[in-house]
Design a protein around this ligand. Structure first.
Ligand SMILES: [Fe+2]
Ligand SMILES: [Fe+2]
Length: 472
């Protein structure tokens, strides 16, 4: 591992100062990134001082430093997890060979595509969330939003470092393009669907960080297994930061349903009381969970097969959880719609790697939802949040183009049309939620009436600490 250089223009632990060409190229990209941040980053808060953690090392303890910083001065750095001596390619056709320190020529395009696709999601989410500060339910939540935003910015740096270091001229062009696409733009959208959906309120934000950031967790975990060592080490460290994003999401949804359950316990109508009805939450869960399922790609995929056989992208915890790493001569039993019913079909396991990763994700989401339901139970509510079936509302893969109920039953178009507003967020839901999220709550300790305060504060501070200091 390189030494940690925190004082450099670009903080890093990759010995950037030893490679003047690379350093110059990244320093040229830096002002473009800053310009993008000012244009597309959080609107209206760029002068304020926010209590943010900054990555300063990759040690398990003490990797983060907390301080008040204004976001444009955040120290976005390049940090790779420590190298593992003698690391091998751990799966696929090259199993047992030394892990690659340079891009293997045969897989250059495939690797670049993986890195660009991951990289594109990072600035996309910042763009999607840029207006949310104006309706923050508290200083605690405002800080949480900005923490997520600056770290997604750092994840962009992580991918841009790989593009600049290992992919020459076309890597630099791809790095420029990452700052040119825009979430939701008609002509130049972000690459993946969920990252073009608008996030206009905090219910959507918390669902996004619960379900869509969790897709990120599984993509990063599978890339942390990569035989291309710099990518593996980059993703290992990103996962450290990612955990907090999902914490913000899951506790955010949990605090919303807690508030609703408490307020409506005596039979009060949620909308009369200005809290979010639980069926509105359920529809948002259905929407963001199904959008996030799509991000894993098709159940039966030749790309997934290539990525695995090439040793570029493994399964979740490939090295730890599995004993057989070739995935040859094994099958995955897939359910797919055919002639108006669901049939099963065995496909080669390598072709099913997207679905194998999705399986791990689904299990994780089920755990999160059990947590929501424990909250409801402890508040005396009979309502239960459920995850829809993985076939529900899919636009990618073998279920795309068909209609399914949240229980996974095949429906015809008229059955779907008759029911879909009961299952997916409606305009009315958005209008109501946006109507109660009409301003920011910015006094220390003050919380919007539609959400419970968190159980504890950040970095051992009390819940009512001044997490953001306004400098107007
Ligand atoms: Fe990220
Ligand atoms: Fe994230």
């Amino acid at each position: 591992m390189g030494n940690i250089d925190l004082d450099a223009k670009i903080p890093n632990n990759v010995n950037l100062s030893d490679d003047k060409r690379l350093q110059r190229a990244l320093e040229k990209w830096l002002p473009n990134f800053q310009e993008w941040w000012m244009d597309m980053g959080p609107e209206g808060f760029q002068n304020d001082k926010v209590l943010l953690r900054t990555a300063v090392s990759v040690e398990k303890d003490g990797w983060a430093h907390f301080d008040y910083v204004s976001m444009p001065d955040y120290r976005w750095g390049i940090f790779l997890a420590p190298a593992e001596a003698g690391r091998k390619v751990n799966f696929g056709d090259h199993q047992g060979e030394d892990a690659w320190q340079q891009v293997p020529g045969d897989y250059r395009n495939a690797l670049k595509r993986i890195i660009v696709t991951q990289g594109d999601t990072e600035p996309a989410s910042v763009e999607q969330q840029r207006l949310l500060g104006k309706t923050a339910p508290s200083l605690y939540d405002l800080r949480g939003l900005f923490q997520v935003n600056v770290e997604e910015g750092r994840h962009l740096w992580a991918m841009v470092y790989l593009l600049h270091s290992y992919f020459g001229k076309d890597g630099r062009e791809e790095a420029d393009a990452l700052l040119e696409r825009r979430s939701g733009d008609e002509d130049s959208p972000r690459i993946l669907g969920a990252f073009n959906e608008p996030i206009t309120n905090w219910l959507d934000f918390f669902c996004f960080t619960t379900f869509t950031d969790r897709d990120g967790k599984y993509q990063l975990r599978s890339l942390a297994e990569s035989g291309f060592d710099p990518l593996a080490r980059t993703c290992q460290f990103m996962l450290t930061e990612e955990a907090h994003h999902m914490f913000i999401g899951a506790t955010g949804v949990g605090r919303i349903i807690q508030k609703t359950a408490e307020v409506t316990r005596d039979g009060t109508d949620p909308k009369q009381a200005g809290v979010i009805p639980l069926d509105v939450v359920q529809r948002a869960v259905n929407l963001w969970y199904s959008l996030s399922l799509d991000l894993f790609g098709s159940e039966d995929s030749s790309n997934a097969s290539l990525f695995f056989s090439a040793g570029l992208k493994g399964r979740d915890q490939e090295s730890k959880k599995f004993t057989e790493h070739s995935a040859l001569e094994q099958h995955y039993t897939l359910e797919r719609p055919k002639d108006g019913r669901i049939v099963t079909e065995d496909i080669p396991l390598r072709r099913a790697m997207n679905e194998v990763l999705r399986d791990a994700y689904v299990k994780d989401c089920e755990k999160v939802v059990r947590g929501f339901n424990r909250t409801l139970e402890s508040c005396g509510s009979d309502y239960r949040i459920t995850l829809p079936h993985r076939r529900f509302n899919r636009a990618q893969g073998v279920y795309a183009g068909f209609h399914f109920s949240p229980q996974g039953e095949l429906l015809d178009a008229s059955q779907w049309e008759a029911k879909k507003h009961e299952w997916l967020s409606t305009d009315e839901d958005h209008d109501y939620v946006n109507s109660i999220m009409d301003r920011a709550y910015t006094e220390p300790g003050e919380f919007a009436p539609w959400i419970s305060p968190p159980a504890r504060g950040i970095n051992s501070l009390p819940v009512d600490a001044e997490y953001v200091k306004f400098c107007r």
